[in-house]
Design a protein around this ligand. Structure first.
Ligand SMILES: Nc1ncnc2c1ncn2[C@@H]1O[C@H](COP(=O)(O)OP(=O)(O)OP(=O)(O)O)[C@@H](O)[C@H]1O
Ligand SMILES: O=C(O)c1ccc[n+]([C@@H]2O[C@H](COP(=O)([O-])O)[C@@H](O)[C@H]2O)c1
Length: 195
């Protein structure tokens, strides 16, 4: 079984994330895409973070009609902050017959050399990277993309961010087009991100 791990804070999940996950579900040889909700990214402050359970619920809502895409809570019971190499070691022990690849935006690729055990990640896993507009001017871009295990993917990226959505909701803007309808309803009913 080939699994594509799409790690993210998903605070909240939005249509940009879903477009990427669906792209891999439809145009790759991966059997499943697991959207792994990260409790705490080592590079991010936890301040404006919605509870793990709610972020998970939002991803569940988002992927309901996509049989190849699943929401994963695998990091919820692992030590925090969540280092991806630790999670992968745990996954390989739990599912020795599965082959795990990583899916990430180019923004994450830029900082990959600062991740814990990044050489091991790179050696042992295919990393599928989709381009982000903000990275086009990065002078080191080509160096990173040269590695054998890094595959750049021509996916239709919508340049919206969870940060933009959180700010828009706080400012009372209508941002329904940026979220799957069920995700918007959950956020609206729960009054998330308003204060
Ligand atoms: N618009 C987008 N389209 C596709 N992938 C995205 C988009 N925005 C972020 N990603 C990617 O999705 C993964 C999870 O991202 P994350 O949860 O941090 O979303 P974000 O919108 O960038 O959030 P924030 O604005 O809070 O940093 C990362 O690999 C990131 O590169
Ligand atoms: O392992 C690391 O050192 C490491 C450093 C920075 C980020 N990550 C992971 O990268 C993933 C993407 O995070 P984010 O917040 O951009 O959605 C998330 O699962 C983080 O835990 C991992």
């Amino acid at each position: 079984m080939k699994i594509g791990l799409y790690f993210g804070t998903f605070n909240p999940v939005h249509i940009g994330h879903l477009i990427i996950a669906n792209h891999f579900a439809e145009y790759s040889d991966l059997d499943k895409i697991w959207m792994v909700i990260t409790p705490h990214n080592p590079f991010k402050k936890k301040k404006t973070l919605l509870d793990n359970h709610h972020r998970y619920q939002l991803v569940l809502e988002a992927v309901e009609d996509y049989p190849k895409i699943e929401a994963s809570t695998i990091e919820f019971n692992l030590p925090q902050p969540n280092y991806t190499s630790n999670t992968l070691a745990h996954l390989q022990e739990k599912y020795p017959d599965y082959e795990f690849s990583l899916i990430m935006g180019e923004d994450n690729l830029r900082t990959l050399h600062k991740w814990k055990n990044y050489e091991i990640l790179l050696e042992n896993h295919a990393i599928y990277v989709y381009p982000r507009i903000a990275e086009q001017a990065n002078p080191d871009r080509h160096k990173l993309l040269e590695h054998n295990n890094i595959h750049i993917v021509d996916a239709p990226v919508v340049e919206i961010s969870a940060t933009f959505i959180r700010k828009a909701i706080k400012a009372g803007k209508n941002c329904q087009p940026l979220l799957p309808p069920s995700v918007w309803r959950y956020i609206d009913e729960m009054n998330f991100y308003r204060s």
